[in-house]
Design a protein around this ligand. Structure first.
Ligand SMILES: NC(=O)c1ccc[n+]([C@@H]2O[C@H](COP(=O)([O-])OP(=O)(O)OC[C@H]3O[C@@H](n4cnc5c(N)ncnc54)[C@H](OP(=O)(O)O)[C@@H]3O)[C@@H](O)[C@H]2O)c1
Length: 349
């Protein structure tokens, strides 16, 4: 495993992180969650040199967002792992604070008093610390954001107070899906060290503004959904069906032919540079120097091993990177299912 610096935090993070939305407690995934396998996957990840685990207060607490919870919430599951493995010192823990109104994505025009009111941030940090069973969180991220919040003072004062108390070392923002610039004014405050955002072969928009900004200002970049929720896993066929609410829509029967066609085109590019589609997808991201780490959702030993093996320092050649530009497929999941978002100007131009 290779390591990169997470922007101005100075933390050395493994190039391949572990996304844990589906690790436990959530019916989200290719098949039903298996906590025994998930625990083994965590051990294997660390054994292979992985040191960056991304979780969130809400993962596995789906009663909170109207979806039944299936087992141990992700933060608690990771807390158990840290305790029983004695690995706390080796691992960089990143978690997230949901908006108080529990709305994803953050809505334009909704005041910060409804999303991150004063006092609420520390209350949620305390909750995450207790779930994880640790004294300090390495990176705490806002799970939704609106760049208009940059002009508010309350959150700025509160995060500085929390940092002084030692409860959080660094702060990040996990920005709204498909809005890679909806954070730039906030980054100008200097209080935020990293951005987590959707970036993959299909969604290349972050290369336009976010990557150049991050390079110039030493912001850590955490690429989420690197496999397009599984669209770039190489496993989608016309027969693919998901039971979970989100992916049954994302991979609806009407959309499958387009996924199959587009991934078929990408598979023609496989060869010496990348043997599988997920390998191509992760190598694509790690070929950008600005990227600090990629966090594929992983909960199985086999996928942990496959993903970790991509971190060998080998970048894709410039011609292949150029060719991949032709495979952009911008879509917006949220707007498709909630047309009111379109009216509120949700799609970033
Ligand atoms: N708003 C936010 O802040 C936000 C939103 C979404 C995600 N995230 C974070 O980003 C992480 C990654 O996103 P994601 O999990 O939604 O999407 P993703 O990483 O693009 O895709 C995950 C899917 O890919 C499969 N997979 C992983 N590695 C594979 C491999 N080597 N070969 C074949 N299939 C593979 C997984 O399989 P299995 O189903 O078999 O495990 C899972 O179904 C999350 O876990 C979470 O930590 C944050």
């Amino acid at each position: 495993m290779k390591y990169r610096t997470l922007g101005k935090t100075g933390l050395k993070v493994s190039e391949v992180g572990m996304g844990t939305w589906q690790l436990s407690g959530s019916p989200w995934g290719w098949d039903k969650p298996d906590e025994e396998e998930s625990k083994k996957a965590l051990y294997r990840y660390v054994e292979l040199g992985g040191n960056f685990i991304d979780t969130a207060w809400v993962y596995g607490r789906y009663d909170e967002v109207g979806d039944p919870s299936g087992g141990t919430p992700s933060e608690e599951f990771i807390g158990e792992f840290l305790k029983e493995s004695g690995n706390r010192e080796k691992i960089i823990i990143a978690s997230k604070i949901p908006g108080k109104n529990r709305k994803w994505p953050a809505r334009y025009g909704v005041p910060i008093s409804e999303v991150f009111p004063e006092g609420y941030i520390e209350e949620m940090v305390d909750g995450s610390l207790s779930h994880l069973g640790i004294d300090s969180i390495d990176l705490m991220q806002f799970h939704v954001w609106m760049d208009d919040f940059a002009k508010e003072e309350g959150w700025k004062n509160e995060i500085q107070r929390i940092t002084k108390k030692g409860k959080v070392k660094f702060w990040g923002i996990s920005i709204n899906d498909y809005q890679p610039s909806n954070v730039l004014k906030t980054l100008d405050t200097g209080l935020i060290s990293s951005v987590q955002f959707i970036f993959n072969i299909f969604h290349q928009k972050p290369t336009e503004k976010l990557l150049p900004y991050a390079k110039e200002n030493n912001i850590g970049l955490i690429c989420r959904v690197p496999l397009d929720e599984g669209g770039l896993s190489g496993r989608i066929t016309m027969e693919t069906r998901f039971e979970d609410g989100m992916r049954s829509k994302y991979f609806s029967e009407e959309r499958l032919p387009e996924f199959v066609k587009r991934t078929g085109e990408l598979k023609k590019l496989l060869g010496n540079e990348a043997k599988t589609l997920p390998e191509l997808a992760l190598r694509y991201l790690l070929s950008f120097d600005e990227v600090s780490t990629v966090i594929p959702g992983t909960r199985k030993i086999a996928t942990v091993e496959a993903n970790a093996s991509v971190s060998d320092g080998r970048k894709l050649p410039a011609e292949l990177m150029e060719e991949l530009k032709k495979h952009v497929w911008e879509r917006n999941f949220y707007v498709d299912y909630d047309p009111s978002l379109k009216e509120s100007g949700y799609i970033e131009k």
